[in-house]
Design a protein around this ligand. Structure first.
Ligand code: ADP
Length: 256
């Protein structure tokens, strides 16, 4: 609480009482803390790959490394870490664009199945590598008003996660239904699942269920924050249900 007080005097200048105003600044403090946490998180996420790039490149420059394989190994780490930085910066820019106060969606007619086909061309290699069965049950004629690039981004982020967090030989399904008020899109996997205590936090920026594992295996920790933002800009909603070692299902509702 922030407290502001002042005495009250009567006609003869005698103290009559006082006024005390209590401002509830919980929300303000919370926002301020979130902002500070975000800056600290971004700095940390940027620092980790940069430290590694510097370390390996300096070793390559300063030491006489004759072994070609070792040199190549160092170079591949530098390459991976710079890709990581690029992904992170890309996601940060996307988030900042979405967060602009005057950020508006440019609606056009979106054909979901077309988007899925495009996205799968990019992700197919991962599906094949992990021998994941991919099943789509989306009516061809399903068209709704939304921002094309945003819907694509949502599908990429959800499908990347579904593939990433599903062990070899699993299954990923997309299902879409034209409901009365909403277009309901369901992305379901048979992956590792999310523990109940983490479910409410996965849409937070940089929140990861298993910090060490997720960071090592690639994601930026911003994917779902971006998805939620986009859905909300469309006045839609997103829900998740999950069971550890059984799988995860995301539901997205776009208003018609
Ligand atoms: P990341 O880049 O780490 O995947 P996201 O914002 O996309 O970041 O997701 C946040 C966290 O939610 C992930 O680190 C992971 O722990 C969990 N998660 C997201 N999608 C799934 C999924 N389909 N199955 C299991 N866990 C998931």
């Amino acid at each position: 609480f922030e407290v502001i007080g002042a005495p009250i005097f009567d006609d003869r200048n005698m103290l009559k009482g006082g006024i005390l105003v209590l401002y509830d600044i919980t929300e303000l403090k919370k926002l301020e803390r979130m902002r500070k946490d975000f800056v600290a998180n971004v700095s940390h996420e940027l620092k980790t790959p940069i430290t590694s790039i510097r370390g390996f490149s300096e070793t390559l420059l300063e030491e006489d490394i004759n072994d070609k394989d070792t040199a190549r190994h160092f170079l591949s780490i530098i390459n991976e870490e710079s890709k990581r930085l690029q992904m992170l910066i890309q996601d940060l820019l996307t988030l900042s664009r979405l967060e602009k106060e005057d950020s508006q969606v440019r609606l056009s007619k979106v054909n979901l199945i077309k988007i899925i086909e495009e996205v799968i061309q990019v992700l197919n290699i991962h599906l094949e590598q992990k021998e994941i069965a991919f099943k789509v049950n989306v009516p061809k004629e399903l068209i709704f008003m939304a921002e094309l690039t945003s819907v694509k981004q949502i599908m990429i982020n959800l499908l990347e996660n579904a593939i990433h967090y599903t062990p070899k030989g699993g299954e990923v399904r997309i299902h879409a239904v034209d409901e009365e008020e909403f277009i309901h899109i369901i992305v379901k996997d048979t992956g590792i699942g999310i523990p109940a205590e983490s479910l409410s936090r996965i849409f937070e920026r940089f929140y990861r269920v298993d910090k060490a594992r997720s960071r090592n295996t690639g994601g930026t920790g911003l994917g779902l924050a971006i998805v939620k933002h986009i859905v909300e800009l469309h006045q839609g909603k997103i829900e998740v249900e999950s069971e550890v070692d059984v799988g995860t299902t995301f539901h997205i509702y776009f208003p018609k």
